[in-house]
Design a protein. Structure first.
Length: 369
């Protein structure tokens, strides 16, 4: 059985650190905590789990801090987690089985990262990350923010998931790192332009986000997956700005890089829904339900866009066309994923009345209404 060193960088994580370590302590053989300047009880909490606590002054680069943390690993493999990550029980069992059976010639194991969850336990954002790496290969982190491990060799994809359980959003932190890079005159890579665009979009700077996505798309270099989502995210920015023409153009531009994905199809459905072209909206929403992501896909995937979301909107579209049985059927599909969703329960009651004796009052609801 392989041995594992957990290496973490932390700063002011007293709210979540124990939760993370409780979920991982029985899986790993060593815990290394690198503190980058906590002023709360983070170090005190860490001392309850390990005596391997180290200090590293924050330099403004996550890669530098993570690479430093990895130098303390003494076991065969190195695992990294953020303090607000957890390994849920089902994944703890999968992880232990992986540890027992894994071929020690493996250089890296990718795992799902469930980066977002809704209130009903559905994954809202998922992607793969190289999560468990052979220590002797000395793989390095790259990038100051939204960094990644530069790995090579024998890489396997596992079905283990690490779940992100954020308790608070560090507003503007990553954005300020990019702005520092700009002030220094750093040259941006296509990846930098993509993630800088994301930070701008998440902070409401939609025009500047569009400019950054455009710069990503103008460069021939760069990961095609980033370019697909640059188009998608750019379309969202145009929608927030009320520019439907450019919103549609950005969504269609994604087809230059990929066949339709559920994330695009659902957005196209919503575009035509807003134009009250319900038949065309139905076409795209129906397509979205048939386009789940590949489990080996490394880029972002948003399961809502091929599960409950298109079904809920199909319910509304069919209702507007007077096709109540189809509306009810799609609402029931959405209810599988969100059994206590207020809008879905409202629709269920309304449509049961519509299909029965009582005369329905009101209109069906979709997300956001």
């Amino acid at each position: 059985m392989i041995t594992i060193s957990l290496c973490m960088i932390v700063k002011n994580e007293e709210e979540v650190l124990a939760r993370c370590l409780d979920s991982a302590k029985d899986i790993v053989d060593e815990i290394n905590i690198v503190d980058t300047g906590s002023t709360d009880r983070t170090v005190e909490i860490a001392q309850q789990y390990t005596d391997r606590i180290f200090h590293f002054p924050w330099t403004g680069s996550f890669s530098e801090a993570r690479n430093h943390a990895f130098t303390y690993a003494t076991k065969q493999y190195t695992l990294y987690l953020d303090a607000d990550d957890v390994i849920l029980e089902e994944d703890r069992q999968k992880f232990m089985e992986l540890k027992k059976t894994m071929n020690p010639s493996v250089d890296s194991v990718s795992m799902f990262y469930n980066a977002g969850m809704d209130e009903f336990g559905n994954v809202t954002l998922r992607y793969r990350r190289n999560r468990l790496v052979k220590t002797s290969r000395n793989f390095q982190w790259c990038g100051e923010v939204h960094n990644y491990l530069d790995v090579s060799g024998y890489i396997i994809n596992s079905d283990v998931a690490i779940t992100h359980k954020k308790t608070r959003h560090k507003v503007g932190r990553n954005l300020s790192i990019y702005e520092t890079k700009i002030a220094r005159g750093d040259t941006f890579s296509p990846r930098d332009y993509f993630y800088y665009g994301n930070e701008l979009r998440e902070n409401g700077h939609y025009e500047k986000a569009i400019e950054s996505y455009e710069k990503n798309l103008q460069l021939n270099e760069g990961w095609v997956e980033d370019k697909i989502y640059a188009c998608i995210n750019m379309a969202d920015c145009y929608r927030f700005l009320g520019n439907m023409k450019q919103e549609l153009a950005a969504l269609c531009q994604s087809f230059d890089y990929s066949k339709p994905r559920a994330e695009v199809a659902s957005r196209l459905g919503y575009y035509f829904y807003r134009k009250r072209d319900y038949s065309t909206a139905i076409f795209w929403y129906e397509l979205a339900t048939q386009l789940p992501a590949d489990t080996n896909q490394w880029s972002f995937s948003y399961p809502a866009y091929w599960t409950w979301y298109p079904h809920l909107h199909l319910c509304v579209c069919y209702y507007r066309l007077g096709q109540y049985e189809k509306a009810y059927a799609h609402n029931e599909e959405a209810r599988i994923y969100r059994p206590n969703d207020h809008s879905i329960l409202h629709n269920k009651k309304l449509l049961e009345e519509k299909l029965g004796i009582p005369v329905a009052q009101g209109q069906p609801q979709q997300e956001g209404e």
